[in-house]
Design a protein around this ligand. Structure first.
Ligand SMILES: Nc1ncnc2c1ncn2[C@@H]1O[C@H](COP(=O)(O)OP(=O)(O)OP(=O)(O)O)[C@@H](O)[C@H]1O
Ligand SMILES: [Mg+2]
Length: 221
């Protein structure tokens, strides 16, 4: 089983939106998937409870239960565990990073989000984990040109030394609407630009998860 932690110490960056979309996408790809919601805000739980039909199994837990939940999921023959994390406290985020095979660092293209991701990237590196930065809520291209905020963010994020996914999520209403119904954007608006972003991101993440080596095992936090 592989564990994916979706992290950002900035509130509202898009962690829950991405966690729900990735967990559903993994489920639809045929992986036995659990979504662990360790945020007391319970946004991912609210979203998945609105879902009808089959989907990822929800674990509403606190960060302290992460390890035992992971063990249970392993024994239950799950293929993927997606962790939706809170912006704070920091200890919970560290626990999630420590449990993960791959950490997705969610970042809006703003100065404060980038400053926060720099610190998260340090924590991911310190714990010897693999990380990938994903831009979220980015403004759309205008006349085929990338908005300056996105270009500047990409430039600044190079200094984290962590890879930036070539596919980010733009600010799109489909992400807001679909999460309210416990659906991924691929189910909500198949063929849409939002669906394309999630599909391409999953195509990037899935092989990264599968190629995690044993050097990325959990360490004391
Ligand atoms: N790509 C997107 N396009 C448009 N709106 C988005 C996108 N991603 C997230 N949002 C919206 O931004 C808000 C915050 O998103 P979300 O709850 O996923 O962030 P979060 O990082 O989980 O927040 P928190 O730190 O409070 O847990 C929500 O209203 C959500 O619908
Ligand atoms: Mg959230």
């Amino acid at each position: 089983m592989k564990t994916l932690a979706v992290i950002s110490r900035k509130g509202g960056a898009g962690k829950t939106t991405l966690s729900v979309n990735l967990a559903i996408t993994a489920h639809l790809a045929g992986l036995r998937t659990m979504l662990a919601d360790i945020d007391p805000q319970r946004s991912a739980s609210d979203s998945l409870r609105a879902r009808t039909g089959d989907g990822p199994v929800l674990a509403e837990i606190n960060a302290g239960k992460l390890f035992s939940t992971q063990v249970q999921a392993q024994h239950g023959n799950y293929d993927a565990l997606v962790i939706d994390t809170p912006a704070a406290p920091e200890a919970d985020g560290l626990q999630a990073i420590n449990s993960a095979d791959l950490c997705i660092l969610v970042c809006r293209p703003t100065f404060l989000d980038i400053a926060s991701v720099v610190r998260s990237a340090e924590a991911v590196r310190r714990l010897g984990k693999k990380g990938l930065i994903v831009l979220s809520q980015a403004p759309s291209r205008r006349n085929g040109f990338e908005p300056p905020a996105v270009l500047k963010a990409a430039e600044a994020l190079r200094f984290t030394g962590m890879p930036l996914a070539p596919i980010g999520l733009r600010a799109r209403s489909a992400f807001q609407q679909s999460v309210a119904h416990g659906r991924s954007v691929c189910e909500w608006e198949p063929g849409s630009a939002a669906a394309e972003e999630i599909s391409r991101l999953w195509d990037l993440i899935a092989p990264m998860l599968l190629t995690v080596d044993r050097g990325h095992s959990a360490q004391a936090v």
